[in-house]
Design a protein around this ligand. Sequence first.
Ligand code: SAH
Length: 254
Amino acid sequence: MDIPRIFNITERAHRIHNPITPEKLATLGAALRLEPGTRVLDLGSGSGEMLCTWARDHGIVGTGVDMSRLFSAQAAQRAAALGVAGRVTFIHGDAAGYISAEKVDVAACVGATWIGGGVAGTIGLLARSLSAGGIVLVGEPYWRRLPPTEEVARGCLASAIADFLTLPELLASFGHLGYDVVEMVLADQDGWDRYEAAKWLTMRRWLDANPDDELAPEIREKLGTEPVRHATFTREYLGWGVFALMSRHSAGPA
Ligand code: SAH
């Protein structure tokens, strides 16, 4: 079981597989006022940077589930490097339908909401692992500028304009699902560059080392077109943020 190999190639050098930066991940951890021992579940945990740094900085205890064998292995290595291997566990597997045996205080899915069939489905899935008064964390794109045409949406690698909402619409949608938005940290264009532009050097180095690989023509084509595509579309039109939500129907401990 694994994700398509192309992602394991283009994102093999990423610690964070999203437009959020290490600084903003730290801002988010501080904003959530995490206490030592806080239990965090992360579906689509990638290379584990969020759980590992929050374990180091706030003493959280975490479990991550990710379908990439490479990213899961990198997450375990990162935990060892940061000295938090005893606090975080990374499971290589499909997170669709994953519910933790023990309830958690924070249940997250950051940039992988297809795992629950979209934002609403993923919030519903995360809620099943959450203790009363716990926090759901969702990382999701939104339209920073509404694309004038469907072609522009496809340039952002969306299938249609309808794939995403504007920021006000996205925030309102959480309310319609019965959640208060209690915090948010938004990415910016520099963050998008860190996520997208970091793939270019990785692709170039991989091509130099693997010229005869069956994916070499595809990677070659991508390297030739991605900088202009990114600057024309994603960088201009797509926003991204992590949103912290609390159910309006469940009160936490006093
Ligand atoms: N949250 C991480 C990773 C986001 S990228 C970060 O911010 O760095 C999306 C991740 O979802 C990738 O690591 C990919 O391997 C993982 N993924 C994709 N489909 C999945 C599935 N069905 N179950 C678990 N993980 C999945």
